[in-house]
Design a protein around this ligand. Structure first.
Ligand SMILES: Nc1ncnc2c1ncn2[C@@H]1O[C@H](COP(=O)(O)OP(=O)(O)OP(=O)(O)O)[C@@H](O)[C@H]1O
Ligand SMILES: [Mg+2]
Length: 221
């Protein structure tokens, strides 16, 4: 489903970060990427999520090269296929948890019927993830673990093919980290969503089907 070939990325001050890197992910795979700080995990996630472009190499998603997409097509690729979960939850403080979750729904024009369906799905997912009681709260009124679970629901709303989680448990205590890890795995197993998780946590990495480490700009098994 997702195939990265010979991906390289350098930055002026830093030099080569990703060096002819290859990665293949099938539907329903769960992949952990570990590696020292500065090894390029976030750089790789940003490239997969089309937030950044590699200097060379190719990225195929369902056999189409996303690097040839226009910016509109890239936005569509992101909105429809990728769910992002980052370390810092990036919820907007002036919107309620439910409004924050539904925000991506407004990125594309939809009918009233589609909106009603999305709202129903939001309610269902919030229940599933266990945050129904938070729907009318503002982000500053909920804990870090709760905010991170809200971020997971937001990432799931568009029924993405892939969830990219960059250090999703980095700011959580061990109990909340474990809960979020288990929820990610549940979504992977029950909805067949491909999970790519960059993390320093070996506990979280060990929950994934495949564990790769990023070293010298390449992924190793
Ligand atoms: N936009 C940028 N401009 C310049 N240098 C960058 C940029 N993004 C990343 N880098 C550099 O690339 C290297 C890899 O950074 P990256 O954030 O991908 O590492 P990481 O593996 O995610 O680290 P961490 O575990 O600390 O999150 C670092 O040396 C970083 O300073
Ligand atoms: Mg990082």
């Amino acid at each position: 489903m997702l195939k990265l070939t010979n991906i390289s990325r350098s930055f002026a001050q830093r030099g080569v970060v990703l060096d002819n890197l290859n990665l293949e992910a099938g539907m329903g795979d769960s992949i952990a990427i570990t590696g020292p700080s500065g090894s390029g995990k976030t750089t790789l996630m940003n490239i997969i999520g089309a937030l950044d472009r590699p200097d060379s190499g190719d990225i195929l998603f369902r056999d189409a090269s996303i690097l040839s997409y226009s910016s509109d097509e890239l936005a569509k690729y992101r909105n429809r296929n990728i769910g992002f979960v980052f370390q810092d939850h990036l919820l907007l403080n002036h919107l309620t948890i439910k409004e924050n979750i539904m925000l991506p729904v407004f990125a594309e024009k939809i009918s009233e019927k589609e909106y009603a369906d999305k709202e129903e799905y939001t309610v269902l997912l919030m229940e599933r993830i266990g945050i129904t009681g938070l729907k009318d709260k503002f982000p500053f009124q909920v804990s870090g673990g709760e905010a991170q679970r809200a971020t997971l629901v937001r990432a799931l709303i568009a029924k993405p093919a892939i969830i990219l989680a960059d250090e999703p448990t980095g700011s959580l205590d061990s109990k909340n980290a474990d809960l979020l890890g288990r929820l990610l795995i549940e979504m992977n197993r029950d909805f067949g969503i491909t999970l790519i998780v960059a993390t320093h946590s070996h506990d979280l990495a060990s929950m994934m089907g495949l564990h790769l480490s990023l070293d010298d700009g390449k992924l190793k098994g």
